[in-house]
Design a protein around this ligand. Structure first.
Ligand code: GLA
Length: 383
């Protein structure tokens, strides 16, 4: 048993005097394909060895009891009284609500959970919470749903309770990750392939800016609206179904005057990023990490200048990486407005880079960033 499992197990026994079933659900990194999961694109996430631990057991009553160790807060509700709440509660209640909406025979249960993913770092702590609970309830109540169905359920939960109109990437990656592998997830068909992550002498390092601008979820939904607005025009003008059907940049340019400038900029980014992800998948399979890294830098430029989801702190960290010859590629990772950069760094240069970047960042913003050397992991599982 590691610390995470021990922690939830002992708290569960203390609170509910019963033996729980244990689960782990990982966070994720994403190598390429940002803000395209809700635009029918491709993404390249991998599950990581940080995540959320669950201890859970049906309690033969009609009451659901949650205890979040991280917030040191309990919450109980009758199964029939599940409704939207606030904060962490919405991530778990949203999942329960979706099972109930499907008419699943869900009765009372006790649940203790705790995570070791930094919150707000763009590493999908919320998807790990949702996926972990969905997987655990499906298992202990024997609902028989598969991982894809569970991912879609979690996405609906996030749309309805926390109210973020997220794509499918985070919960799908959490549920379907495979150690030492990256997923190439096709977000239109919701299917994936795995391929081995061969880093030969390089490491994936996240630098946490430790800033999380509060506009994040509102601005996220705004980007989604821009893309929808753009697509409704492009569909008619170019007779296409989705962004991935645009394979000639000239086609998009022809429609520029029909779109508001901010909408055009977002559409341009999305079309380019879908192309980059396809190219990147091929490069990674050929073991061309240098070529792949260049695409990551391009993605950062696009996220910052076109999609406008970066911020001064993250641009600063990405800039340091771009100026360092030992960094093959770096970019903002996740939804944006703070969180982490993801960097591919030569193994022997990792310590120096982290130290130098830390000093420079602290001088500029008065915050010491945190660095995590990433290890991939299997997806959500019973322990
Ligand atoms: C968040 C969302 C994902 C995805 C990313 C950006 O993590 O939850 O669905 O859109 O942002 O790529």
């Amino acid at each position: 048993m590691n610390d995470g499992t021990q922690n939830v197990t002992s708290r569960f026994r203390e609170k509910y005097q019963a033996a729980p079933v244990l689960f782990f659900s990982p966070g994720r990194i994403n190598l390429l394909g940002e803000h395209v999961d809700y635009n029918d694109g491709y993404v390249m996430p991998a599950a990581i060895n940080m995540g959320v631990y669950y201890a859970i057991a049906p309690n033969s009553t009609a009451t659901i009891n949650f205890y979040s160790i991280d917030f040191d807060e309990s919450f109980s509700t009758p199964v029939t009284g599940v409704q939207k709440n606030e904060g962490w509660k919405n991530y778990v209640l949203g999942v329960v609500d979706q099972f109930l909406k499907l008419g699943k025979d869900l009765t009372g249960f006790d649940c203790v959970f705790a995570g070791d993913i930094p919150v707000g770092a763009g590493m999908s702590s919320s998807a790990a919470v949702e996926a972990g609970l969905a997987f655990a309830l499906n298992d202990v109540f024997g609902f028989g749903m598969n991982r894809k169905e569970l991912a879609l359920l979690c996405q609906r939960a996030e749309h309805t309770y926390p109210g973020v109109q997220c794509g499918i990437m985070d919960m799908y990656a959490s549920l379907n990750g495979k150690k030492d592998h990256v997923l190439l997830l096709d977000c239109r068909n919701i299917t994936h392939d795995y391929f081995p992550l061969q880093l030969d002498g390089y490491r994936i390092v996240l630098l946490n800016s430790k800033v999380h601008h509060s506009l994040a979820s509102g601005e996220y939904n705004v980007r989604r609206q821009y893309c929808e607005e753009g697509m409704s025009v492009l569909k008619k003008e170019l007779s296409i179904q989705s962004f991935r059907d645009i394979d000639d940049a000239a086609d998009l340019l022809r429609c520029k005057d029909l779109l508001r400038p901010e909408v055009f900029a977002c559409c341009k980014y999305v079309v380019e990023e879908i192309g980059r992800t396809q190219k990147g998948a091929a490069l990674l399979q050929q073991n061309d990490l240098a070529g792949f890294g260049k695409l990551m830098f391009e993605t950062h430029e696009g996220l910052s200048k076109l999609y406008k989801v970066s911020c001064a702190e993250i641009d600063f960290l990405a800039g340091l990486a771009m100026a360092d010859k030992n960094v093959l590629g770096a970019r903002l990772m996740g939804g944006g407005f703070g969180g982490c950069t993801i960097n591919i760094i030569k193994e022997e240069a990792v310590n120096d880079f982290v130290e130098e970047a830390g000093t420079a960042y602290q001088k500029a913003f008065g915050i010491l960033p945190e660095a995590y050397i990433m290890q991939t992991a299997d997806g959500t599982r019973r322990l």
